[in-house]
Design a protein around this ligand. Structure first.
Ligand code: 16G
Ligand code: ZN
Length: 510
């Protein structure tokens, strides 16, 4: 299978003038026709990896919010989270190498769980990955259609011994989290929460939460996957957040709250509609809501010293960073764009809260935290942290955490938006031939190369005071350069954005 698939893959890439694929911001991701050989190699690689550990691993087949014709592979390490940089490099090298099957492994066999989203190409790619795993002499277990965080959680939960048999127990995910949520919620939550499932896998799984939680939380589903060919089309978090538009099938009621998931349910935005205006709650506000509560609880026990940090990207609105540091008194840190970077930095704290503005995020904590909370009798906070999916940021679980907090802190979604006011900001993108010439510092706050371009940007910015800033970075997912400008006055922000765009247009090949 290997040489034949490899040849087909090469020819296809050549014909369409494409390079070999890379393990990018969130795994291998491309138009699905390019992925057969990649899937086979991913299967072999992960199969072998599983034979070097007694723990289980996972692969999720999805392209998240991308178009329906795309697909991708995300590898799930034993504790969830992301592969190390070295493992990412190894898998990329293995995909590109001529090696048929690697030799020596520590054990005779291993176990890999394979989950997939609802894309038409996902089923056949899943079979290819399973074949690759088998070729490596490991056992592949098909989880069927699951969300990305569900797949990661099931891998994590079996390795921790929280559940024995995953094969026919995907529902364990629902039971586990609903059980904790029901312990946290004392009285039914007011109002209705409308959840837009992006016509994807999240919409399907929300149904089970809706049923189990019916006595305490009223959920209405829209775009829940009955039209899978319309995945992410006019709906979902990417559409709502980027286009600033209401999703299809939106039902208006002044008493409703709204949430949109992305195509594999690891991203979330909340919103409401008032006086003909869509008001969106982006990632930074989730970080702040979660942190407010955690801080409030920890303040009850001054002897309990736990470090808390909030991790954002340079593309978060500075008003949120200012609120975090000045009002909440919490340490804020930047990481490069992409969940894997934020997740890693969040691990530096006892309790790390990370969110990207686009709604990827989680609260993760160190092993000792739960027992310390118990010891200090902070039982509610212990349950709240237990509710957060430790394997990876999870839109459905973040909904449960949010609903608990809005209810507990007695704030409406409108109040939530009023906690602080965003600075006027503009995020634009410019299609370019070679985005790679743009290099930034690690935190993506400033441009490093090309040096003459950096000088020109500095020259533009020197005309404005320090309260204005602009960030420029190459996208990890598209052939574009992203520009984010912000500051106190909207007209000036527009002017900065215009001037930076003009500069880039004249400097770069478009
Ligand atoms: C991917 C990342 C997301 C990041 C986005 C940035 C994951 C699971 N997803 O979708 O975190 O915000 O890329 O894309 O890591 P960009 O570089 O094109 O802006
Ligand atoms: Zn996603």
């Amino acid at each position: 299978m290997d040489p034949q698939l490899r040849d087909e893959h090469r020819q296809l890439l050549e014909k369409n003038q494409k390079q070999l694929l890379t393990y990018g911001t969130s795994g291998f991701r491309e138009e699905s026709k390019y992925l057969k050989f990649v899937g086979w190699r991913v299967g072999i690689f992960i199969g072998q990896m599983s034979k070097n550990t007694t723990l289980k691993l996972g692969v999720m087949i999805t392209a998240s919010h991308n178009k329906i014709i795309d697909n991708g592979f995300k590898i799930v390490p034993p504790k969830g989270g992301m592969l190390s940089i070295e493992e990412e490099q190894n898998i990329e090298i293995f995909y590109k190498s001529e090696e048929i099957v690697q030799s020596e492994t520590q054990y005779d066999t291993g176990i890999v769980y394979v989950g997939r989203d609802t894309r038409p190409s996902s089923e056949s790619l899943c079979q290819i990955v399973l074949d690759g795993i088998k070729e490596a002499g490991a056992i592949g277990i098909n989880l069927g259609i699951v969300t990305t965080p569900q797949c990661a959680f099931l891998v994590y939960a079996t390795n921790l011994g929280l559940v024995n048999q995953i094969e026919s127990n995907q529902q364990f995910f629902v039971e586990y989290f609903c059980n904790i949520f029901l312990q946290l919620i004392k009285n039914p939550i007011k109002g209705t929460l409308v959840i837009d499932g992006a016509e994807g896998v999240g919409g399907i799984w929300i149904k089970y939460f809706q049923e189990k939680l019916a006595n305490v939380l009223t959920i209405q589903r829209i775009n829940y996957g009955d039209e899978p060919h319309l995945l992410n089309d006019g709906c979902g978090s990417e559409f709502v957040q980027k286009e600033k538009k209401l999703p299809k099938n939106f039902v208006y009621d002044p008493n409703y709250r709204y949430a949109s998931l992305d195509g594999d349910a690891d991203r979330l935005v909340y919103y409401y509609f008032e006086q003909n205006k869509l008001q969106i709650i982006e990632g930074d506000r989730f970080a702040i809501l979660f942190a407010m509560y955690i801080k409030q609880q920890l303040q009850k026990k001054p002897d309990l010293k736990l470090s808390i940090g909030i991790i954002q990207t340079a593309y978060a609105n500075s008003a949120s960073t200012k609120y975090i540091t000045e009002n909440l008194g919490i340490y804020a840190k930047y990481a490069p764009t992409g969940v894997k970077y934020l997740h890693r930095v969040a691990h530096e704290f006892d309790i790390g809260i990370y969110f990207e503005a686009n709604g990827h995020g989680a609260v993760i904590y160190k092993d000792h935290v739960l027992s310390q909370l118990k010891e200090f009798e902070l039982f509610e906070l212990e349950l709240f942290l237990k509710l957060s999916n430790q394997a990876v940021g999870d839109a459905i679980i973040n909904i449960l955490m949010t609903e608990f907090l809005l209810n507990k802190l007695e704030i409406t979604i409108q109040d939530w938006l009023l906690i602080y006011q965003d600075y006027p900001a503009l995020s634009t993108k410019l299609y370019v031939k070679n985005k790679q010439i743009i290099k930034t510092n690690y935190e993506e706050t400033s441009l490093i190369e090309p040096i003459d371009l950096k000088q020109k940007v500095d020259e533009i910015m020197s005309k404005y005071d320090n309260s204005y800033r602009t960030c420029i970075r190459p996208s990890g997912t598209e052939n574009v350069v992203r520009i984010h400008s912000e500051g106190p006055q909207v007209e000036i922000v527009k002017e900065i954005d215009f001037r930076i765009n003009e500069l880039l247009k004249s400097y770069m090949e478009i």
